[in-house]
Design a binder for this molecule. Structure first.
Ligand SMILES: [Zn+2]
Length: 337
């Protein structure tokens, strides 16, 4: 579908080197400047944005951030991923729409509209045209066959449901919603061992239970596959049952990493630990394993929260005093409109 394009509109030495050099991956121009489309084998991936803009200060975001740690990365980090004046990272919250030859799959479901999120003003009672963006991406809710959530945090499940006549109903009436069993059990607030977190206040009730009650939830375990193209893999630590989803098509690979990595600063400094990681040691090991895998096997890294250009290939950076360390090979084409 569409034409393929392999050159990036480079924005810097490192970024120019990023043009896709191997395999069939192609970047497809799209009239919506922030809507990135990528062809991997015979699968089309489209980014569907719910938020892009300022995020936290880095010292609020990472428990072990050193003041000024961004400065050695200024060339590629500023202004795309960090605003030094405001001392805020730039962040994105998006879904990945994946169309295999057989099915339409939505990976992660962002924040959603009208949701009460008292502890996070940016998530609270929103009214964003995410469904219109989904339509621009070529999918109406009825056409989504599977919703796959890397985990059940508020910013990954919001569009699972929408408000209709005062009730939360599944946004995708024909979809099966695939959650991992461990993650579902982590957030089931009816369990006696439930541990609440401010970020997920109300989330189970308004974004998970309606899908359970409609009979659309399917609990899966690590190893589950969709269309022999998407495989659920363990990536625990950020949350108890957090997973990553590997795409394999036409000899190419991409990794929907969810919150295994939050920000590009964690490429040169993968040791930076997010304040949102429930098990920081496990989350760190998961991140290191994933980055090593991406670097070694040429896997396109597709996180949920990287600002434009949203995804990258990963290269080991042996020149650093601390190891391991990585650099992103950024694909800038999507920023050229
Ligand atoms: Zn997240």
């Amino acid at each position: 579908m569409g034409h393929r394009r392999q050159d990036g509109a480079g924005f810097g030495q490192d970024l120019r080197r990023s043009s896709v050099h191997a395999g069939q991956t192609g970047f497809i121009r799209n009239p919506e400047p922030r809507m990135l489309q990528i062809q991997i084998g015979d699968t089309l991936i489209t980014r569907v944005q719910d938020y892009e803009g300022p995020g936290f200060a880095p010292e609020e975001m990472f428990v072990n951030y050193q003041p000024g740690q961004w400065q050695s990365e200024r060339d590629w980090l500023v202004p795309r991923f960090y605003d030094p004046q405001a001392n805020q990272v730039r962040t994105s919250i998006h879904s990945w729409l994946v169309r295999t030859p057989q099915h339409t799959v939505l990976i992660d479901a962002c924040i959603g509209n009208h949701k009460p999120r008292p502890s996070i003003p940016r998530f609270n009672q929103r009214n964003e045209p995410w469904l219109e963006r989904l339509a621009q991406a070529g999918a109406h809710p009825e056409q989504v066959d599977f919703v796959m959530c890397t985990h059940l945090h508020a910013d990954h499940v919001g569009w699972n449901t929408r408000l209709q006549d005062g009730r939360w109903v599944p946004t995708f009436p024909n979809a099966r919603y695939l959650f991992t069993r461990a993650e579902y059990e982590r957030w089931d607030d009816r369990r006696p061992d439930y541990v609440p977190k401010p970020i997920n206040q109300h989330v189970f009730a308004d974004s998970i239970l309606p899908v359970v009650e409609s009979g659309q939830m399917q609990l899966v375990d690590v190893g589950h596959t969709v269309d022999d193209a998407l495989t659920v893999e363990a990536a625990h630590g950020h949350t108890a049952g957090h997973v990553k989803i590997r795409l394999q098509s036409g000899g190419e690979q991409a990794m929907f990493s969810g919150d295994t990595i939050h920000h590009p600063l964690q490429l040169p400094f993968p040791q930076l630990i997010s304040v949102f990681d429930e098990n920081p040691e496990q989350a760190l090991q998961t991140r290191l394993d994933m980055l090593a895998d991406c670097a070694e096997h040429g896997v396109l890294l597709m996180p949920t929260h990287f600002a434009a250009p949203y995804c990258c290939h990963v290269q080991a950076d042996s020149g650093r005093t601390h190891q391991p360390s990585y650099r992103g090979r950024w694909h800038a084409y999507c920023e050229s409109t």
